[in-house]
Design a protein around this ligand. Structure first.
Ligand SMILES: CC(C)(COP(=O)(O)OP(=O)(O)OC[C@H]1O[C@@H](n2cnc3c(N)ncnc32)[C@H](O)[C@@H]1OP(=O)(O)O)[C@@H](O)C(=O)NCCC(=O)NCCS
Length: 307
C-alpha cells in the first residue's frame, strides 16, 4: 500500500467491483480512457481478475485503487478541498478499469508522510481499517502499464466527486516516487517483465507491501511516460503539476475502442524535478482551469490592446 496523509493506494480487489462499475459510467472516463463503453459489472470484474491482479503477479503492470485515507469523503466539494484538506500534495487513459484496465499509491513513501492519523473516521459509511489508517471507499484508479526496460506508462481516472481536490496529482506523486525508488535485493526490474521464477509483484507480499521507500521497495524506473488523447486538458494538468515534460503531439498514435486518435505525450525522468516546468503548449491548458486563467487573461489582454 502506498500512502500519504489523506490517500491510501492499494491493489483493486473484487470488493471494489461495484464502485469501479458505478464510477466508470462517468462520461469523462469513457471519453478520455480506453475503458469499454457501455461499461458493465463484467468489465470491472474482468479488469480486477484478468488485468490488475496478473499485472502485479507477472511484473508487467502495477495498478492501485485510490482510497481517501482521511476525513474527506467522496463527493466533497472543491471548496471543501481547497479550504483545507489534510492534503499533502504533490492519466492515463491506460490505467483504465477497462477490459485492459482502469488505471490507478504509496507505501508510506514519497511525498506523503506515512499517513496514520489522517483524520477522524468522520466521513462515515464504508470506512475500514487498513494498516492502522482509516481508509474510505475507492475514488479512482492509477496504474503503471507496459513496465519494461526501466520505463512504464502511467494512467489514471477519478470519480467525478473526487475531482478538483488535487487527489490525482497527489496519487501521481506517490506512484512516481515509488516507481523511481530502487528495488530491493532480488528484484531486477530494468528488464521487466523479468520477475519470473516466482518473484512476482504481489501486493501485500512484494512491491506493494507497504514498506517505505527507504527499504528498497521501488521499481527502479528511469522514465515514466504519460499519454492522453488530444484535448484532455484535465489530464495534462495532472501531468504538468507532477513535473512531466511535454514531448509532443502524435498523429493517430492512440487507439480508443478500435478508432485511431491523435494523442499528446509527456515524460518524467527519475532525475527530473517534481515541479511544473515550461514547455507545455497553451492548448494543453484548460480554458477555465485556474492554472490557465493567467494565460487566458493575458491572451485576452493582448487582443484587447491590438484593437
Ligand atoms: C484527469 C483527472 C483524473 C484529473 O482530475 P483532477 O481532479 O482535475 O486532478 P487533481 O486531482 O490533480 O486535481 C487538480 C485540480 O484540483 C485543484 N486542487 C485543489 N487542491 C489541490 C492540491 N492540494 N493540489 C493540486 N491541485 C489541487 C487544482 O487547482 C486543479 O483544479 P483546476 O484544474 O481547476 O486548476 C479527471 O479529470 C478524470 O478522471 N478525467 C477522466 C479520465 C481521464 O481523463 N483520465 C486520464 C486519461 S489520460
Amino acid at each position: 500500500m502506498l500512502r500519504s496523509s489523506r490517500l491510501a493506494l492499494s491493489a483493486p480487489t473484487l470488493d471494489d467491483v461495484a464502485a469501479i462499475t458505478a464510477e466508470c459510467q462517468d462520461e469523462a472516463i469513457q471519453r478520455w480512457t480506453t475503458v469499454p463503453s457501455p461499461y458493465t459489472r463484467a468489465d470491472a470484474e474482468g479488469f480486477v481478475r484478468e488485468v490488475a491482479t496478473p499485472g502485479w503477479e507477472q511484473g508487467t503492470s502495477c495498478t492501485w485503487g485510490i482510497r481517501m485515507g482521511g476525513p474527506l469523503a467522496l463527493g466533497a466539494s472543491r471548496q471543501a478541498g481547497d479550504a483545507g484538506s489534510a492534503g499533502a500534495s504533490s492519466g492515463s487513459r491506460g490505467a483504465g478499469a477497462g477490459s485492459s484496465g482502469a488505471g490507478a499509491g504509496s507505501s508510506g513513501a514519497g511525498a506523503g508522510s506515512p499517513g496514520a492519523e489522517a483524520g477522524s473516521p468522520g466521513a462515515g459509511a464504508g470506512f475500514f481499517e487498513s494498516n492502522s489508517v482509516q481508509v474510505g471507499p475507492l475514488v479512482g484508479m492509477i496504474g503503471l502499464d507496459n513496465i519494461t526496460d526501466g520505463a512504464a506508462e502511467i494512467g489514471f481516472w477519478l470519480a467525478p466527486g473526487a475531482r478538483g481536490l488535487g487527489v490525482m496529482s497527489e496519487a501521481v506523486g506517490l506512484v512516481c516516487s515509488w516507481a523511481f525508488a530502487e528495488p530491493g535485493p532480488g528484484r531486477r526490474l530494468d528488464h521487466a517483465p523479468g520477475l519470473q521464477n516466482g518473484q512476482g509483484l504481489r501486493d501485500g507480499q512484494g512491491l506493494g507491501s507497504g514498506q517505505g521507500l527507504g527499504n528498497g521497495q521501488g521499481l527502479g524506473l528511469r522514465r515514466i511516460e504519460w499519454r492522453a488523447f488530444v484535448g484532455n486538458t484535465a489530464s495534462a494538468g495532472v501531468a504538468r503539476r507532477a513535473g512531466f515534460r511535454f514531448e509532443g503531439m502524435h498523429r493517430l498514435a492512440g487507439v480508443q475502442r478500435g478508432i485511431r486518435l491523435d494523442d499528446w505525450s509527456a515524460a518524467l525522468l527519475a532525475t527530473d524535478p517534481r515541479t511544473p516546468v515550461p514547455g507545455w503548449p497553451p492548448f494543453t491548458f484548460a480554458r477555465l482551469g485556474s492554472e490557465a486563467r493567467g494565460a487566458s487573461t493575458s491572451r485576452v489582454e493582448r487582443k484587447r490592446r491590438r484593437l
